[in-house]
Design a protein around this ligand. Structure first.
Ligand SMILES: Nc1ncnc2c1ncn2[C@@H]1O[C@H](COP(=O)(O)OP(=O)(O)OP(=O)(O)O)[C@@H](O)[C@H]1O
Ligand SMILES: [Mg+2]
Length: 362
């Protein structure tokens, strides 16, 4: 099947500030694509351009092979859910859900039957006559999704739909919104700055950084195979160390002057680095383990902090050669202040090495 939504080289500036650069992206029919990125990276601007509230300076938007770039929002037939519920407080749940239908001239009988169809999708059957102030924030956000679904849109756009909710409501509401979208089978673009949310709801995740797409892929691809240092650092927890490429696929960490304080580890290069050049190594905590300080090819350090998380314990290790590493270990593995070695776990699929930012910019 051809892609449902195609973004072609979209660019956008506000005054002389370039907010989106050459954004090209394809979304498959029925896919939930998450736009993830730090605050100010351009997520909302991109979503507003897709919706038609904002015009791109350059580039095109196609839906089912039809160009919609110049079409006003109301002609695109997209649904939207925003951060703020934006419900009408004086209307009932049913009144809110039917609102978009009324303004489209749908007769009352049909409006009521559509409300009855849509409410079960968001698990709000029987809530028709409730006033929106009387229901929880999570339920209000589900009403907002039901209202957006009611006119049967061809694409759903969601901008941080969970960020106004109490943390205790967020996970449940996330599941409800995600399930409703799946049940309907509608193609969706979902914006968030939270990686956990992105990984939970997205078939694929597009990571934005300063208006550029850093990487688009499945959550697994972003986590296990980051294509830039930014992706490695933004997605999941990672430590970075400097090293020198001593051979193809081997990096020396640490300084030769500190005898016994370095290690040469296998790495997977991402980008161009020549033998003898410096590289930045990104290491996942679960790819490392705490061992005796005397073992060869370990980095020696001291436990700075132990972070017990229940299902996992992190140890923050300050290395004698300089730098810090985050390492996963059993909860009783070591105490603060202990001298330890850090080794690569056997099971670790290659550690990633990226060109040093300084050398890259030369
Ligand atoms: N109407 C506007 N006029 C001028 N600058 C704008 C406008 N809208 C957005 N910007 C700027 O564009 C950049 C991207 O903003 P945007 O709201 O798209 O980011 P975001 O990724 O959604 O951030 P957040 O996570 O904080 O919501 C920011 O630097 C912002 O200040
Ligand atoms: Mg935003």
């Amino acid at each position: 099947m051809p892609p449902f939504l195609i973004l072609k080289r979209l660019q956008k500036s506000f005054a002389d500030h370039m907010v989106l650069r050459e954004i090209s992206l394809e979304v498959e029919p029925g896919e939930v694509l998450v736009l993830l990125g730090p605050s100010g990276s351009g997520k909302t601007t991109l979503l507003r351009i897709i919706a038609g509230f904002e015009q791109p300076d350059e580039g095109q938007i196609l839906v089912s092979d039809e160009e919609v770039t110049a079409l006003p929002p109301e002609k695109r037939n997209f649904g939207m859910v925003f951060q703020h519920y934006a419900l009408f407080p004086h209307l009932t749940v049913a009144g809110n859900v039917a609102f978009g239908l009324e303004s489209r001239g749908v007769p009352r009988e049909q409006r009521l039957s559509r409300v009855a169809e849509v409410l079960p999708l968001v698990d709000l059957e029987g809530f028709e006559d409730r006033r929106v102030q009387e229901i929880s924030g999570g339920q209000q956000q589900r009403v907002a999704l039901a209202r957006a679904l009611a006119p049967d849109p061809r694409l759903m756009l969601l901008d941080e739909p969970l960020s106004n909710l109490d943390p205790s409501l967020r996970e449940r509401t996330r599941r409800e919104l995600k399930n409703a979208i799946r049940r309907v089978g509608i193609t969706a673009v979902w914006v968030t700055h939270e990686q956990e949310e992105a990984f939970d709801v997205g078939d694929r995740v597009a990571l934005l950084n300063e208006g550029r797409l850093e990487q688009v892929g499945s959550p697994e691809a972003l986590y296990l195979d980051p294509q830039s240092l930014f992706v490695a650092g933004f997605v999941g927890r990672a430590s970075t160390l400097k090293g020198t490429l001593v051979a193809e696929g081997r990096v020396r960490l640490g300084d030769e002057r500190f005898v016994g304080q370095g290690a040469t580890w296998p790495v997977q290069m991402v980008g161009e680095v020549e033998v003898g050049q410096e590289a930045v190594i990104s290491l996942r905590p679960e790819g490392l383990e705490l061992v005796e300080a005397e073992r060869p090819d370990t980095l020696v350090g001291e436990i700075l902090e132990r972070q017990y998380r229940g299902e996992v314990t992190y140890y923050r290790v300050s290395l004698e050669m300089g730098g810090e590493l985050l390492v996963v270990g059993e909860s009783d593995k070591a105490s603060t202040g202990a001298k330890v070695g850090v080794a690569l776990r056997q099971s670790e699929p290659a550690v990633r090495a990226f060109p040093s930012p300084e050398e890259e910019s030369v």
